[in-house]
Write a protein that binds this ligand. Structure first.
Ligand code: ATP
Ligand code: MG
Length: 399
């Protein structure tokens, strides 16, 4: 076994000492077997949430109705979920109610794909009743049990299958894929928030190109916000070197290819329930991208855009223009790093200074002059210190 499992072994031991079973489960065991970076270690247990809370001193109720308690142990958070079955499903969505059970096998049985239905005990022994290791070896995504049943229970699983194609470069097993094609329309019943999580993981996966092709082939795009009837635009996305882009840049590329009008960008992203802060960033990236098509960056644009945004706009510009390499990005980063100020608050000049120097009360002239000084500092026409700025302003006769 290796980290981060080793650090979590005492958590399993504590639960076992209290008389219950506990195992590592889900994505962390899969990624461990794949020799990939392991994100969070999930734990499944026969103890009920109330029992888990009695074992550990620091816990947070994060999803107690689904049986999940967050345990803080040695500055690390662990999601501990009670074994459960999900017998009754409603409207192809989540189960109406979950039943807590004491059997690990039954808990593994309710999981989506065989590769995600492997448990590991504290000694590193694997419990794999559905041949998940074989699926990992063969690189296939296969539902636990009948694919049609499992997709009818929860239609999101179809989208999860495609996002795992993107992340793991596995193939969807034939029967699973046939069921997906047949039942893809059930995705219309799934909450947008859940689709968003899977789509963003899909957009950042190494094999995103093939996953997007699958979204086209299976008609899945028809059930995704803002993408129905957009087959041609999605194909256009695939014409670019998408592998070079971050998730945020992928959203911007989609918007570019979909030809979403400027004033409708927010609506499109809200349709995916993207947080407003991210929407604003994507809007800025697109704003500077369109500007970039007209002309190269001025130091003033680099400054107002800020590094985070102009790097994204520039990479999109390169990808859309079919330019290989990152040389221009490095060049613009160097220009940016050399700027005398990175934001207005770094200017050695305030509105108060101006009012004192010119003995005038506030008004629109202040904003104008601040802006003028800001540009002069950025252009290197004047040094960023009060004395120089004052002399420069006086010499320019600004009164
Ligand atoms: P990631 O590395 O992206 O977190 P993951 O496999 O851990 O991938 P999660 O969404 O974190 O995915 O889910 C954790 C585990 O819970 C899965 O491995 C799977 O066993 C189970 N699971 C998650 N969603 C579903 C679902 N819709 N239906 C059945 N089982 C699910
Ligand atoms: Mg996970």
């Amino acid at each position: 076994m290796k980290e981060p499992f080793l650090a979590a072994v005492p958590v399993l031991e504590r639960i076992e000492t209290a008389g219950f079973e506990a195992y590592f489960v889900g994505g962390s065991v899969r990624d461990f077997l794949l020799n990939k970076v392991i994100n969070d270690v999930d734990i499944a247990t026969s103890a009920t949430p109330v029992e888990v809370k009695q074992i550990f001193s620091k816990t947070v109720d994060i999803g107690i109705e689904h049986g999940t308690v967050l345990v803080l142990y040695q500055n690390q958070g662990y999601e501990i979920t009670t074994f459960r079955s999900e017998a009754e499903y409603e409207d192809f969505r989540r189960p109406k109610e979950v039943a807590f059970i004491r059997s690990l096998t039954e808990d593994l049985q309710r999981r989506d794909f065989t590769m995600n239905a492997i448990a590991m005990d504290k000694e590193g022994n694997l419990i794999d009743p559905f041949q998940g290791q074989l699926a990992i070896l063969n690189q296939v995504i296969q539902t636990v049990g009948e694919a049609e049943d499992r997709f009818q229970e929860d239609a999101l699983r179809m989208m999860r299958a495609v996002r795992f194609v993107s992340q793991l470069s596995f193939k969807i097993e034939e029967e699973t894929q046939n069921a997906l094609i047949k039942l893809v329309h059930l995705l219309e019943h799934v909450a947008v928030e859940r689709k968003q999580t899977e789509f963003e993981k899909l957009l950042s996966g190494i094999n995103r190109r093939q996953a997007l092709e699958l979204i086209l082939q299976t008609n899945m795009y028809s059930y995704l916000p803002g993408l129905s009837n957009q087959e041609d635009s999605i194909r256009l996305v695939l014409a670019y070197e998408v592998e070079r882009l971050s998730t945020r840049e992928m959203w911007a590329l989609f918007i570019f290819c979909l030809k979403v009008e400027k004033k409708e960008i927010e609506e499109f992203l809200r349709g995916w329930r993207i947080p407003l802060k991210e929407i604003r960033e994507i809007q800025l990236i697109l704003h500077y991208l369109y500007k970039r098509f007209e002309t190269s960056w001025t130091t003033y644009d680099l400054y107002t855009a800020t590094k985070d945004i102009f790097v994204s706009s520039e990479i999109l510009y390169l990808v859309i223009s079919g330019i290989e390499g990152n040389d221009t990005i490095q060049h613009f980063i160097r220009l940016y790093e050399a700027l005398p100020i990175k934001e207005r608050s770094e200017m050695d000049l305030t509105g108060n200074d101006l009012m004192n120097w010119f003995d005038k009360s506030g008004g629109p002239w202040l904003k104008e002059l601040l802006h003028k000084a800001e540009q002069a500092i950025l252009d290197g026409r004047v040094k960023n210190n009060k004395k120089s700025i004052k002399e420069w302003l006086m010499a320019c006769n600004h009164n």
